[in-house]
Ligand binder design. Sequence first.
Ligand code: C2E
Ligand code: CA
Ligand code: CA
Length: 366
Amino acid sequence: MSRGNVSPRRQAGRVAARVRPRLGRLRVAGSPLFYVAIILTVVRSNWPVTAIVAVGAGVLAGPTMPAGVSSRLVQGSGAWALWLALFVMIGVLVAFLIEKPETMLRSRLRDAAVSARLLRALERGDVEAFYQPIYRVGDGRLVGLEALVRWRKSNGEYASPSTFIPPAERTGAIALVDEHVLGKAVAEAAGWPALAQSVFVSVNLSAATLARPHLVAKIEGLLSDAGLPARLLQVEITESAHIEDLPDAVRRISSLRALGVKVAIDDFGSGHASLNYLQCLPVDVVKLDRTLVTAVTSDVRRRRLLVGVNQMCDLLGLQVIAEGVELHDQLVCLSDIGIAMAQGFLLGRPVPVGEVRDLIGESGPR
Ligand code: C2E
Ligand code: CA
Ligand code: CA
């Protein structure tokens, strides 16, 4: 019988019969070997690539299933497909189980690498503070300057805090960054002209920095070394950062206030703990997050919310600073509501220390 007369089914059966014993030999280590391929892919690649390899491995490994199964395929049995699906599922599961810790490990290594470079930059003096002005809404006078960290890269450009603050918070390197900025801000503010005698400098502290032992003593030392009155320093505790030990934070905040340092809750309204923090933390100032200020002109509910928040702060004896003012109409609205202080790109972007004197000069004598 010529080859062309053989039915496709019989031909496939012959091929299967020839191939299966060879693949069957692979089975000794075959199936586990496919999983080794998947594991290696997980280690070297991302989740989608791994999934593709897992499916590919399943397809290839299908014929290595128990003897007779592959030939049943050509006889129309669904068993081979079932084995194949099972193999693919196991492959995907293996990939998934290994991928999770692998991803965590990768992100930890990335955080550690960023933090290590950041610490070297701190030592080299490549980490600076920029200052963003804070104005009194009523008369437009400069009342404060917020210190915002900037990392100067070798090409002279500055890295945004969003690229290195979150990794530094995760590794704990943030405390060293905060203390560095604190030291710089206190020393630099002490050197500003006499005109600035009532312009405070405001420094961001992450929750981890607040929890550092000796923080209060350190701040006291910095102020006395620089000769800056404590009333001209404000620290901003960011609301999104999770404070683990609330009673301890309360004690430290109270100690800072006893020195005369002002304490603000930052990003108020952006997280879930806003009211809780307001209840628990003995602060002087509330900084309203940009999200509360945006759309205040176009959305009456937002406006009423801001009116309510401002009244609540007033009742609690807290000062209010609105952040992220970008439009003139927003400023007018804040003024109508009676919000005392504001900062934002409309009023002034963060500037290097060299330009602060211009800001103070523009503000005029107090
Ligand atoms: P933040 O404390 O809420 O600081 C205000 C951020 O909003 C700054 O971003 C500022 O440049 C930006 N900003 C000011 N006005 C406007 C505006 O009108 N529109 C918009 N869209 N943005 C405005 P920056 O400097 O990139 O800092 C980002 C965040 O990084 C800060 O948010 C703060 O949470 C953190 N950060 C900055 N410096 C330090 C620091 O020394 N220590 C710690 N722990 N965190 C810091
Ligand atoms: Ca802040
Ligand atoms: Ca803020």
